[in-house]
Design a protein around this ligand. Sequence first.
Ligand code: ADP
Ligand code: ADP
Length: 225
Amino acid sequence: MNSLTIKNLSKTYANGVKALQNVSLEIPKGMFGLLGPNGAGKSTLMRTIATLQDADEGSVVLDNLNVTNNKNAVRRVLGYLPQQFGVYPKVSAEALLNHLAVLKGITNKKERDELVKALLHKTNLYEAKKRNLDGYSGGMKQRFGIAQALLNSPKLLIVDEPTAGLDPAERNRFYNLLSEVGENTIVILSTHIVEDVKELCTNMAIINQGQVVLKGSPLKLIENL
Ligand code: ADP
Ligand code: ADP
């Protein structure tokens, strides 16, 4: 039983901006939508959950693990796709996944080859596995971002505005992939597109100016917006 519990999280930046104010959320397995306008505090919240920065107050707990005090343990079960996953070198998807798998400590070649092959199939990149990443389309790059995040077999996958700039077909393809992952993982999707949350997510929260203004089931909440 996986879940993420966020309690009374607050963060004020050095310039005085209150990016998070007393944010509390219970995030179960499945797809969770985090909605809010630019500047609402979504990235600050996601970076805090992803162990990339600390809040001033409050706690984030994954199952029984306090995220702030157990960063390394959390990183082993975390997948994170930042807003602009910027590294697209002149190397093929297959070669880079293989390399990342080595870095992860999968030294058995047969095991590594099978894992890489499975990830390429899952993200629909198998046919394009020999092509260099810098030549991939936006949608392919995002699907590669999911492939690299899945190398960790994450319990928790965080994706920040993943479909910005994708055409509708690629967006659908990406969301189908994400939904599949959400069947046995906690997936937190940040977006400002209400329809995406309505279609995909079983739970959601809306944040504005660092505060949770609504939380619950999208079907119930969104009709009233
Ligand atoms: P969102 O992801 O919803 O756009 P952010 O978490 O990026 O929101 O930002 C929340 C607020 O905090 C914004 O007003 C933003 O300008 C501010 N902010 C974000 N990062 C920093 C930082 N490193 N220093 C100062 N202010 C920041
Ligand atoms: P988002 O695209 O999620 O809204 P931003 O564009 O606000 O994020 O921020 C991009 C980067 O700039 C982030 O790393 C954030 O921490 C930093 N940043 C944002 N606002 C400020 C700010 N007012 N002062 C300093 N750094 C900021």
